[in-house]
Design a protein around this ligand. Structure first.
Ligand SMILES: [Zn+2]
Ligand SMILES: [Zn+2]
Length: 233
């Protein structure tokens, strides 16, 4: 089974849990999903760049808990390891301006990649972004990681909807990482545990891992509903 590893699993203001960020490391290649405020520090502390030659970063959206330390991460990889980071975000101009405002130079320390059907052969996968619903002011993307050998992964980004047909996906044994929160109110920009429970039948819940969690007793409540919650390693 393909799975992601996590550097943090918290919602934007849940500082105890660290910003939600996932990675996959294989064949001297690091794939990182999001790089919020707390993430760069964690990466350095875990020495995650050791034995890595190629770096790919997927960005779900431009909220600070998802891109807050991206420039430091890119600068560090270039300065210390001479690695040029490949950054994937559907709105290329936006992420380019953001990184340039912070002093980085495109094609020196970073490259902006096209997210349309992008293959990363060293990880045996292909990336498929899809627009999802979250903030009124910025666009957010979910990512499906399709592995050449099957066992795909869907990563929701921050969202208040599940923007694809989940049941056939889960029926195939694939797994989902989904933004989930305890807060439940009209106008919520995240998916509450109640809403997720309405979408995912009980028999598939073990294939669904909650991320971007809020609240003191989130884990207990989510597990009681039959969902998994990611562990931070
Ligand atoms: Zn967030
Ligand atoms: Zn957000």
């Amino acid at each position: 089974m393909n799975k992601l590893y996590f550097l943090g699993r918290g919602s934007g203001y849940n500082t105890k849990e660290g910003n939600t960020s996932a990675y996959l490391k294989k064949n001297e290649t690091l794939l990182l999903i999001d790089c919020g405020e707390s993430v760069f520090k964690t990466i350095v502390e875990k020495n995650l760049i050791a034995r890595v030659k190629y770096i790919h970063v997927l960005i779900t959206h431009m909220h600070s808990d998802h891109v807050g330390s991206l420039a430091s991460f890119i600068g560090f990889c270039y300065w210390k390891y001479k690695i040029v980071t490949n950054v994937y975000f559907y709105e290329k101009d936006k992420v380019r301006s953001f990184l340039e405002l912070l002093g980085l130079i495109e094609d020196e320390s970073f490259m902006i990649m096209d997210t349309k059907n992008r293959k990363i052969d060293s990880l045996d996968l292909e990336i498929f972004p899809s627009l999802t619903k979250h903030s009124k002011t910025i666009n957010t993307y979910s990512y499906t990681l399709k592995f050449y050998e099957g066992n795909d992964i869907f990563y929701s980004g921050d969202t208040y909807e599940t923007n694809f047909d989940v049941i056939p996906f889960l029926k195939l044994g694939n797994i989902i990482y989904h933004d989930t929160c305890l807060k439940d109110f009209k106008g919520n920009v995240h998916t509450s545990l109640r809403v997720l429970s309405e979408i995912i039948p009980k028999k598939y819940r073990k294939q669904v891992y909650c991320i971007h969690i809020d609240g003191e007793n989130f884990v207990e409540k989510a597990e009681k509903q039959g969902f998994n919650v990611v562990n931070v390693i």
